[in-house]
Write a protein that binds this ligand. Structure first.
Ligand SMILES: [Zn+2]
Length: 252
């Protein structure tokens, strides 16, 4: 999800930035598999991870170990992924919505690979014309193949709202001249501040909606379709998302 704001109307426009493989700039790919010797071998956890690993099937343990090696960002992805698995594996309005096409959203979600894009735009870009602000675009949050089905890669922007809550603003004048620093702005996913569990769950569920074809393509976001898509996700999943966040907040 990439979001932008046309300041004339003060309307937030969200976009999924969808690119084909040649356009991917992913630096790290966390590839997960459901079985095989690698998965079993991965069950030798770091002490810090012993408890969660013991509670997870081998496939998830494999994911955990790989993500552990990718430091804090990997852990954020894994934690959010685990919450999404919990949401999808219980009976609620969110899981029912995802299952409406007769597919198995839990299974599809488990097959997804996550990649970190560390080379994408990380600033909020404001375009001005004769000193007047015309467009504000924030760094994209995530992207995935529309209607891709199983085993797709969800690419997360290291500089986007999955990981960041604030971003520096760069101003570009239509008439030319050097880019200018223009303070900073908060990054959000829907109503949620970036780098919160709510923003991360919303992002992963939004991308799953694209993978399953439940949400329409919003890559170019000419009509604010990404924001509409996020609103649709939250219509069904808000209580699950916020319930998961409350659960974590109250955890010891
Ligand atoms: Zn989207």
């Amino acid at each position: 999800m990439l979001y932008a704001r046309r300041t004339l109307r003060g309307v937030l426009l969200f976009a999924l930035a969808l690119f084909f493989t040649t356009a991917l700039k992913a630096q790290s790919v966390f590839r997960w598999t459901e079985s095989g010797p690698v998965a079993r071998k991965a069950l030798a956890p770091d002490a810090d991870f012993r408890a969660p690993v013991a509670a997870l099937p081998s496939f998830d343990a494999f994911a955990l170990i790989n993500l552990e090696a990718k430091n804090k960002r990997g852990r954020s992805i894994l934690a959010a992924r685990q919450r999404v698995l919990e949401i999808l594996s219980s009976a609620n309005a969110c899981s029912e919505w995802f299952a409406q096409l007769g597919s198995d959203p839990l299974h599809t979600f488990r097959t997804l690979t996550f990649a970190l894009d560390q080379k994408a735009e990380e600033h909020v870009i404001e375009r001005t014309n004769a000193g007047k602000l015309e467009v504000r675009a924030s760094p994209y949050v995530a992207k995935v193949a529309q209607d891709g089905g199983e085993s797709q890669t969800v690419t997360l922007n290291a500089g986007g709202a999955f990981f960041q809550s604030v971003s520096n603003v760069i101003r570009l004048a239509k008439e030319g001249g050097p880019a200018q620093n223009h303070g900073s702005r908060p990054l959000r996913v829907g109503p949620y501040l970036g780098n919160t569990l709510e923003a991360q769950l919303t992002t992963l569920l939004h991308e799953l909606g694209h993978v399953l074809g439940l949400l329409p393509f919003d890559g170019l976001d000419a009509n604010g379709q990404s924001a509409v898509n996020t609103t649709e996700v939250l219509r069904h999943c808000r209580s699950s998302i916020e319930g998961a966040a409350r659960q974590r907040a109250s955890a010891p």
